[in-house]
Design a protein around this ligand. Structure first.
Ligand code: COA
Ligand code: MG
Length: 243
């Protein structure tokens, strides 16, 4: 399981690596990932009420450790994390490598980039809610108007593009729920040409960010953002890297 092709670990500056993984694994794999965790992480894992949540945490954290170990040339178990004020994890090592993690349904994504701030978000697409009801609570006026302009049958997907892009942005900022969601706007009408359109606090800030959407699997949508106009984005699937 740990025999990963190492070519991916050649992450050059101004390149973003995005990993997708399915954390629904068999017991054998679960135990191997569990063994990689720190005592603190094992303790947190033991406190999940439902096994599916524990599996998500253990497998995603285990794979984060294996990937981080490859990038940082360290043993997966030796990787140390620390947390910013609002909980955003980062490496507790002398490195310019940054990462961010998101999970939903059965899947997780992990993004890695040197020197730049990163945020990622993945959502499993559900249909059991009213798009405009939720949009009115979380989106900016500009985003709600843009959603209205979209043909009805495409509005649900556009809602998710907007949601994941906004969440990736606030995860890049690291400030969690304290961030004012209606004080910035993202585009929502296409998988291509994703962009930050407006930030209330600074008219020029939108030009700093490179925002993108992608479909990691059927019924899922994801977004990632970095604070640099990078051109090179490489996508990897964890399953493909396991012998
Ligand atoms: N900033 C960035 N990343 C954070 C973070 C923060 N402040 N706090 C935790 N994370 C990382 C962690 O790796 C966490 O995984 P872990 O708990 O297994 O270690 C991961 O992000 C969770 O991300 P995700 O799977 O996307 O969860 P979420 O969508 O439920 O929560 C948070 C995202 C953590 C930033 C949450 O606190 C939050 O603010 N959610 C905003 C919800 C919202 O209003 N969205 C509206 C979008 S329009
Ligand atoms: Mg999320």
């Amino acid at each position: 399981m740990t025999n990963i092709a190492t070519s991916f670990a050649n992450l050059t500056p101004n390149t973003l690596h995005i990993w997708s993984l399915n954390f629904v694994v068999n017991d054998n794999a679960f135990n191997k990932y569990h063994n990689l965790l720190s005592d603190d992480e094992k303790e947190r894992a033991s406190r999940f009420k439902f096994f599916k949540d524990k599996r998500c945490y253990v497998v995603t954290k285990g794979i984060l450790r294996l990937l981080s170990g490859q990038y940082l040339n360290k043993d997966a178990k030796a990787i140390k994390f620390e947390y910013e004020k609002y909980g955003k994890p980062k490496f507790k090592h002398k490195t310019n490598l940054n990462f961010n993690v998101s999970h939903s349904g059965d899947l997780a994504i992990i993004g890695f980039i040197y020197d730049h701030t990163i945020g990622v978000d993945i959502e499993k697409i559900k249909n059991d809610f009213d798009t405009f009801d939720i949009a009115s609570k979380f989106f900016s006026k500009q985003e709600i108007n843009a959603l209205r302009e979209i043909p009805t049958q495409q509005q649900h997907l556009a809602f998710y593009r907007c949601w994941t892009r906004k969440e990736a942005f606030i995860k890049a900022k690291g400030s969690g729920l304290s961030f004012p969601l209606n004080e910035f706007s993202v585009s929502l009408d296409s998988d291509l040409d994703a962009e930050v359109l407006w930030t209330k606090w600074n008219t020029g800030e939108k030009h700093q960010w490179k925002l993108s959407s992608f479909i990691p699997s059927k019924d899922y949508i994801a977004a990632h953002i970095v604070d640099s106009k990078i051109e090179n984005i490489q996508y990897f699937n964890w399953a493909d890297s396991i012998d």
